[in-house]
Design a protein around this ligand. Structure first.
Ligand SMILES: Cc1cc2nc3c(=O)[nH]c(=O)nc-3n(C[C@H](O)[C@H](O)[C@H](O)COP(=O)(O)OP(=O)(O)OC[C@H]3O[C@@H](n4cnc5c(N)ncnc54)[C@H](O)[C@@H]3O)c2cc1C
Length: 476
């Protein structure tokens, strides 16, 4: 397994194709450092006794120890450990560990390549398994590029005025394919070794050229990563783990990019595009969300409890009631992930699938509560997260003495603790990073409507109707 130093060294060797604010930048650019800090944790924690049992597992291919983020889930226990790992790791990284997306993509591909081969006699599962061996051996990180830019949302890919608004195959060669198009919002694409591209929606027969899945090194010729960063506000003297974190999300452009045959996992099998989209975002990724979203709620809960304590209102009934509400959201979402694991099933490919209903209900419940949670924190924190003076004003002897005096709350709590607490709340509630995390909480892994669609597709409403008929004595 790699160390974070080896991971970062590999990124530094990659060709420059990351753009930020008009500039072509290196992958260790200071603006990317905060998001690299997060991904680095997925390597560093391997040696941490609190994480070793969760983060290190064995490859089902050859029994070698591997990082769980490169693992194909083989059992309910694997899913439970992944979920626990994500919740605990996200406590240290402010709510996102970033490495689950690539892991969710490989799990989905392990299932759908198998199904596609069964129906079409293709060779995708063998190709995928070879790729997986390489992925595990090199301990790689991957971004999951699923969300197409999509143009007019009411039109299918082949109906769009510009056919490039969904990633598509523009040329088929004897040794591979050439792809064109763009995916957007792709988390950690600028920090990843690889980009795994999967369809974003179900396709019809005329959408065959858009039914495509593949993987590429993230610096492949023709790939351009136009990247938005949202980092915690830089700190001069009040250093804290929260101040070192950030997010990097990219528009991933495929400008006529060649994908060698061995890295193509779907090409034209349109009937399987929707299944791959559902398996990646709708199944495995939403199960991961049942780990990270409770972690984020834990951080909101802890912030409410700490702030209320510092304010002197810890025992007020409305504070207690809000804490109970937050605990219910966190544990219900986590419980949905546990239920999904223990009622999951083994697919013939060997991959263990979480239960579709429970992951989607868990993810939906989390998404619907994101702004509610922030509203609770805002209510209890008061206005200071929005108006906290800059660090320099605390440092300046002329103004600092006033701020130290007038920031005081409950007696006995040092001014520095109050300052630290509210600086963190500013990052959570009133910064570009806080805003990105909130929007990600709603849309990441698919907008709320997508969860409803999968619930409506798979939930057995008819059996409920039959129950009522029985009790009402109705015989058809
Ligand atoms: C911070 C962040 C990180 C993300 N990371 C990743 C990532 O790593 N990888 C990845 O692949 N994706 C990622 N996403 C993308 C995420 O999955 C999408 O934002 C989400 O699927 C919504 O797509 P959209 O942003 O294009 O919004 P839109 O599709 O424009 O959706 C907006 C609204 O339009 C409505 N709508 C859209 N289409 C239809 C339709 N056909 N019929 C009816 N209503 C419709 C929906 O109600 C939806 O609520 C990320 C998103 C964010 C915000």
């Amino acid at each position: 397994m790699r160390t974070s130093e080896e991971y970062l060294a590999a990124l530094r060797r990659m060709k420059k194709n990351v753009y930020i604010d008009g500039k072509l930048v290196e992958r260790d650019d200071p603006l990317l450092r905060p998001s690299l800090n997060i991904l680095s944790k997925s390597f560093d924690l391997v040696e941490d006794p609190r994480f070793k049992d969760l983060l290190v597992t064995r490859s089902h291919l050859d029994g070698r120890p591997i990082n769980r983020f490169t693992h194909i889930n083989q059992s309910a226990e694997d899913l439970l450990k992944k979920q626990e790992l994500i919740r605990k790791a996200c406590h240290l990284t402010g709510g996102c560990i970033q490495r689950c997306m690539g892991c969710d993509a490989i799990n989905a591909l392990s299932v759908i390549t198998y199904e596609t081969d069964k129906a079409h006699g293709t060779d995708y599962h063998r190709r995928f398994t070879e790729y997986l061996k390489y992925f595990q051996k090199e301990d790689l990180t991957a971004a999951m590029a699923q969300t197409d830019v999509k143009g007019d949302r009411s039109l299918r890919p082949h109906q769009q005025k510009d056919p490039d608004l969904y990633v598509r195959v523009v040329e088929r060669r004897s040794d591979g394919i050439v792809v064109r198009g763009a995916k957007n919002h792709i988390t950690m694409a600028a920090n990843a070794d690889e980009i795994i591209c999967v369809p974003t929606r179900a396709m019809g027969e005329e959408d065959g050229d858009w039914a495509v899945a593949f993987s590429l090194p993230a610096d492949t010729e023709g790939v351009k990563l136009i990247t938005h960063v949202a980092n915690a506000r830089p700190r001069e003297y009040l250093k804290a783990p929260m101040g070192e974190l950030g997010a990097a999300d990219s528009f991933v452009i495929f400008d006529d990019v060649f994908v060698p045959e061995e890295r193509v996992f779907m090409c034209g099998e349109w009937e399987f595009a929707g299944l791959l989209a559902h398996a990646s975002g709708g199944l495995f990724h939403r199960h991961s969300y049942c780990g990270c979203k409770p972690a984020l709620t834990d951080l909101v809960m802890g912030s409410v409890a700490l702030t209320a304590d510092y304010q002197g209102i810890a025992n007020k009934p409305h504070v207690r009631s809000r804490l109970a509400e937050l605990a219910c959201v966190a544990e219900l979402v986590y419980a949905a992930g546990i239920a999904a694991a223990v009622t999951g099933e083994k697919h013939p490919s060997g991959t263990f699938l979480p239960n579709m209903i429970y992951v989607n209900m868990g993810r939906r419940h989390a998404g619907l509560n994101v702004y509610k949670e922030l509203e609770i924190l805002t209510e209890i924190a008061g206005g200071l997260p929005a108006t906290l003076p800059f660090e320099g004003d605390f440092l300046n002897p002329e103004t600092g003495k006033y701020l130290e005096k007038y920031i005081m709350r409950r007696a006995g709590v040092p001014a520095e603790n109050i300052h630290r607490c509210f600086r963190m709340l500013s990052d959570m509630l009133a910064s570009s990073l806080g805003g990105v995390m909130a929007i990600a909480g709603v849309h990441g892994g698919g907008s709320p409507i997508m969860e409803e669609i999968l619930i409506l597709l798979t939930y057995d409403f008819d059996s409920k109707k039959e129950l009522v008929k029985y009790l009402a004595g109705i015989k058809d």
